[in-house]
Design a binder for this molecule. Structure first.
Ligand SMILES: [Mn+2]
Length: 394
């Protein structure tokens, strides 16, 4: 009989968008849709591929929401496999272990080679929670002394080891919270853990797995360069404006007896959506009318103004009409397409202009906008490099 699994990831329970909007209602709405599938069709396993919570120490409401969901799933006879993501505290997830067993919840908070594989009859799960670069050591010592082995290489060995452990099982599933190279990024994962040092080649996923259930990247996508069927299902709702207007999905996967795999992409109907709009200061009333019709749309409004006075008038009007639907408000003064500009984030806005065709100037402006020191040697190097490229492309 085929094995049927649901794959979700990046729940981020406790997420606050734009510092004010608590998103647990959105998560709950999405999880109800997941539960609906479990109630109406046979689902043997639910995979949660990391980032269960948004913060290491989640608030009480977020824990309540997640634990209730896990219990609901377990009571319907579905086994849940949870791995830790980079947002999760391994110790917090570990606290599910004592009671999770009674509700068929298997938790893998942290990479542990002794508890690397979970098997259930003829099904094997190899579980790779998020692992920091320094925390992963070589599995064997065949590399020369002192040789620098990349994160990608280490992960490759780890996955090969997992594939060997699973090889005698009929159905083989990989769950991992990892950043694979050459994937389409959203904007909200852009933090240290999607830096190049953490990029893993898609080709390292062993083809012996029937399906790889991935978490970490918030955009739904199949990994086209992987040798097996591998998916990021992405976040369950638009976490931030970087994901504005993106549709969200999860996968229902059937591993058939004859070795074939069927993936059904299920669209989540969102409770609330995020949208960014740009509007001229004099035309904000137009905007408020169109937004009210749309209902549960939360906005980032960028106002184009000529003067601070004009912006303040627009701001007052927007706040009055949009109320709590206005999540974020920014201003652009006298937009000049000839010049690029970086803006500081935070309460006091400052602008750093640059010539878009000069990468050195752009980099300097970027660093300044982030309040970072400018390293003159690095700038000099960058200048040499760009000059060299320019001279070669002439
Ligand atoms: Mn995430």
């Amino acid at each position: 009989m085929a094995v049927r699994l649901l794959h979700i990831a990046d729940l981020h329970a406790g997420k606050i968008t734009a510092k004010v909007l608590n998103r647990n209602k959105d998560l709950e709405h999405a999880l109800e849709q997941v539960l609906q599938v479990i109630k109406t069709t046979r689902v043997d396993y639910l995979i949660i591929a990391g980032d269960v919570f948004d913060k290491a120490i989640p608030d009480a409401d977020s824990e309540h929401l997640i634990y209730n969901f896990l219990v609901e799933v377990g009571l319907r006879g579905t086994t849940t496999v949870v791995i830790g993501g980079n947002h999760d505290s391994p110790k917090k997830l570990r606290n599910i272990l004592p009671w999770g067993e009674r509700f068929k919840v298997k938790v893998f908070p942290v990479l542990d080679l002794k508890k690397f594989i979970f098997t259930d009859g003829d099904v094997a799960f190899v579980n790779v929670p998020f692992v920091h670069e320094r925390a992963i050591t070589d599995l064997d010592n065949d590399s020369p002394e002192g040789a620098k082995v990349s994160y990608s290489e280490k992960i490759k060995k780890l996955l090969m080891h997992g594939a060997r452990l699973a090889e005698n099982y009929r159905y083989r599933i990989l769950t991992a919270h990892l950043f694979f190279d050459r994937v389409k990024l959203g904007h909200t994962e852009r933090e240290v853990t999607v830096a190049d040092a953490y990029a893993v080649a898609q080709s390292v996923i062993p083809e012996t797995f029937h399906y790889a259930a991935l978490g970490h990247i918030h955009r739904y996508q199949r990994l086209e360069e992987a040798k097996t069927i591998a998916y990021y299902t992405g976040s369950l709702y638009q976490l931030d404006f970087g994901e504005a207007e993106e549709d969200k999905f999860f996968n229902l996967v059937a591993l058939n007896d004859n070795g074939t795999v069927e993936v059904e992409k299920i669209k989540i109907s969102p409770l609330r959506v995020l949208k960014k709009v740009t509007v001229k200061a004099g035309e904000v009333s137009k905007l408020s009318a169109s937004v009210n019709e749309k209902g549960e749309t939360y906005l980032w409004v960028e106002v184009e103004a000529k003067t601070p006075r004009e912006f303040l008038d627009a701001k007052e009007k927007l706040e009055r009409v949009l109320g709590d639907k206005l999540l974020k408000l920014t201003v652009r003064y006298g937009a000049n397409p000839e010049r690029g500009v970086f803006r500081t984030s935070g309460d006091e806005e400052r602008y750093f202009q640059f010539n878009p065709s000069d990468p050195v100037e752009a980099y300097r402006a970027y660093l300044s906008s982030k309040g970072k020191k400018v390293d003159p040697e690095l700038l000099e190097f960058l200048k040499k490099l760009t000059d060299e490229v320019k001279s070669q492309t002439k």
